[in-house]
Design a protein around this ligand. Structure first.
Ligand SMILES: [Zn+2]
Length: 246
């Protein structure tokens, strides 16, 4: 079986544009997009070899989104984990609200942080599809689609629609909200080192831009539960790598 796995069998997405293909998942971010192309392995699994040959050469646009892809009727779960990414968008109707378990975990995280002198605020958590439509359209109107794609997720593609994504900042340092300056602060470093104990992972780590499809965001955390979060942290993985979809 193993001899069927060949390097040459990996299919890669075509790149419509190099610049701007790796984009932020949050709004109001201040970073410039990376110029690295998105390179996607469609499958590692020899069992899907036959199917793989039928996969059309998916093209991505300048925003890193698959051209012609429509929002699905159902949200995508893999091994019990809800996935929201440029490859796996959410239905417009998916509206769970903020996840109570994630909120509870965030409270516990904050209680532990305060013992070390840090106080966090989750300044953006659940965001509905309709709200993302409003925001995205306003950005497009103001700055044009190309520019808007650099700092705002398109409706259906934001992980904030899952209710499991928490944008975290330090109380009193609002200037660093949604800014990678946060990751360089003592509070940001504490969070990066400890969030997994409470079930949160840094969703878009530095150096994993081609895996997640997003630039590094030191403030955007995703709740996956302590067991998975600890494993992902220990292995220095992303959710995609943990689920074997990259
Ligand atoms: Zn975010």
């Amino acid at each position: 079986m193993k001899k069927h796995v060949k390097k040459s069998s990996f299919a890669f997405l075509s790149i419509a544009a190099l610049a701007g293909s790796i984009l932020a998942g949050c709004n109001d971010i201040k970073q410039e997009p990376s110029d690295k192309p998105v390179q996607k392995e469609v499958s590692h699994d020899p069992a899907t070899e036959k199917k793989k040959t039928k996969i059309k050469d998916e093209k991505v646009d300048a925003g890193g989104y698959i051209i012609g892809k429509k929002l699905p009727k159902k949200a995508t779960y893999m091994q019990g984990f809800l996935v929201a990414s440029k490859q796996y968008p959410l239905p417009a109707s998916y509206a769970p609200g903020e996840n109570p378990e994630a909120r509870d975990a965030f409270s516990k995280l904050n209680a532990a942080a305060s013992l070390d002198g840090f106080h966090f605020d989750a300044f953006s958590t659940y965001r509905s599809y309709d709200r993302q439509v409003e925001l995205y359209n306003a950005y497009v109107k103001r700055d044009g689609k190309k520019a808007a794609d650099r700092y705002s997720a398109r409706p259906g593609y934001s992980e904030h629609q899952t209710g499991l994504a928490f944008d975290i900042g330090e109380v009193g340092n609002e200037a660093a909200y949604a800014d990678n300056a946060f990751g360089k602060t003592e509070a940001g470093k504490w969070l990066a080192k400890n969030a997994h104990k409470y079930g949160f992972i840094m969703r878009y780590p530095k150096g994993k831009e081609t895996v997640t499809g997003y630039m590094h965001e030191s403030w955007h955390f995703r709740y996956v539960g302590p067991k998975a979060a600890k494993e992902i942290y220990k292995k220095n993985e992303t959710l995609e790598e943990y689920l074997g979809i990259k």
